[in-house]
Design a protein around this ligand. Structure first.
Ligand code: HEM
Length: 422
């Protein structure tokens, strides 16, 4: 079958309607052209494949046909070069195995102990403030949490500098100009990368067996010796981890807290569970089914990674559509999660749809799948539950009078932040 090509303007292609409202634009195209079609974004052509079956085949990639490295390089390269998602096949497998060790149970238990006081301090500050901007406040918390998992005792001015450099590196990922021309976001992002690499590499050299067990220290200590990663490679992974961990959890918490302001029954169920669960015990956190339901629904409604990109390395076909080597393909949890062929009332935010832990939906891909399945997916849920439980326990009576609209691209973010009155 031939892939329909959607007509577009030269160079900018469909970038404007896509940037304005990716869900609306792509679902309109889907209605008109079917589940598979070609769009143009930022001077590249992408074949969108919008069925659960094609999504699963591409994520699972049984025959090593789809490159995550070349696909994601379109937006994350070169600033996040050599991060785990920007590696392929055997090389990726090798690095993933070495990173995985730092996500084992006992290590995560230690990380949860590290982040508790930071969350406690956050809720204390919110209580004192009385009102606060939701997204901004959660974003700062998630940055502070990430930083604490990398280094302990970062001084305030150093933390602010790192935050700024990190924001510069993310901004380069969303920049339309992909070359480091003077005064561009790309130039700034690459400069930030250079500084962060030096910073992480020099700090890695100071870590020893007695260092406090942060994620960074675990990575350095488990990679000592000839078979492990060099400190420079670890620095490259750390920059990517900061990206992977930060905005994803921020947007999930933001839209969850907003939704709790609209749903008092659910909020009461969550408060009850928050008082029963032991927040630093992994088994107890896993049993927190009310927290799990809202986590899942928040990621269904606004998937933190709304589109994934892959690059076809050898000619193949999916669902009778030919895919030539050298083509970019995109698959979309955002579209699948809002497709009424697979979900009842998909535009309603309803955490109870996930309350049965055995509920499974073939169109649900918040953490991707296959070799690149999110490495932090369990850890993310424990961080999430720690924050949301402590939030409802301490700020049980809050209101948000504005509505929250989240724009999914380039990375999900609110069109306008909302004010929470506690
Ligand atoms: C709600 C939170 C999160 C969501 C929804 C999420 C989602 C994802 C998705 C969809 C991918 C794969 C994209 C693709 O294959 O195209 C991914 C990869 C990854 N994530 Fe997450 N993520 C979250 C939090 C985290 C956290 C907290 C960490 C680490 C602390 C993390 C670490 C990673 C890493 C290292 C990869 C690359 C895996 C690989 O390429 O093998 N993520 N994440």
């Amino acid at each position: 079958m031939t892939v329909p090509v959607i007509p577009s303007l030269p160079i900018i292609g469909h970038s404007l309607p896509f940037q304005r409202n990716a869900l609306k634009f792509t679902s309109e195209m889907q209605k008109k052209y079917g589940d598979v079609f070609q769009i143009s974004l930022l001077n590249e052509k992408f074949i969108a494949l919008l069925t659960p079956e094609a999504t699963k085949d591409i994520f699972l990639d049984k025959d090593d046909l789809f490159s995550s490295k070349e696909g994601w390089a379109v937006s994350l390269g070169p600033t996040f070069e050599n991060g785990l998602m920007l590696r392929d096949f055997d090389d990726h497998k090798y690095h993933r195995t070495l990173l995985q060790d730092s996500f084992r149970h006992d290590a995560i238990h230690g990380y949860l102990e590290i982040i508790q006081p930071i969350i406690n301090q956050w809720v204390e500050n919110l209580k004192k403030a009385g009102s606060f901007n939701l997204y901004q406040s959660v974003k700062q918390l998630m940055f502070d949490i990430s930083l604490s998992l990398f280094f302990l005792d970062v001084k305030q001015d150093e933390s602010e500098k790192l935050n700024k450099l990190f924001m510069d590196s993310i901004a380069s990922a969303t920049s339309a100009i992909r070359w480091p021309l003077p005064f561009t976001k790309m130039k700034k992002g690459l400069k930030a990368r250079e500084f962060l690499l030096d910073y992480f590499e020099s700090k890695a050299g100071l870590i020893n067996d007695d260092s406090k067990k942060t994620l960074f220290a675990e990575l350095v200590n488990t990679n000592k010796g000839d078979a492990g990663l060099t400190n420079f490679e670890i620095a490259e992974h750390m920059i990517f981890l900061l990206l992977a961990a930060h905005d994803t959890t921020t947007i999930t918490l933001t839209n969850s807290i907003y939704s709790l302001s609209q749903n008092v029954d659910f909020r009461n169920d969550l408060i009850k569970e928050a008082n029963e669960v032991n927040h630093s015990d992994i088994s107890s956190l896993k049993n927190g089914l009310v927290g799990e339901s809202i986590f899942k629904e928040a990621m269904r409604y606004y998937p933190p990674v709304p589109f994934s990109i892959r690059y076809v390395v050898r000619d193949t076909e999916i669902q009778s559509y030919p895919l030539k080597a050298g083509t970019y393909v995109t698959i979309s949890p955002l579209l699948l999660h809002h497709d009424d062929r697979y979900w009842d009332n998909p535009d309603a935010f309803d955490p109870y749809r996930f309350i049965d832990p055995n509920y499974h939906n073939k169109a649900y891909f918040p953490f991707a799948g296959g070799a690149h399945t999110c490495l932090g997916k369990f850890f993310a849920s424990y961080i999430y539950k720690n924050v949301i439980y402590k939030f409802v326990q301490n700020i049980d009576n809050f209101e948000i009078d504005e509505s929250l609209e989240i724009r999914p691209t380039p990375i999900p973010h609110p069109v306008k932040d909302v004010l929470v009155s506690a």
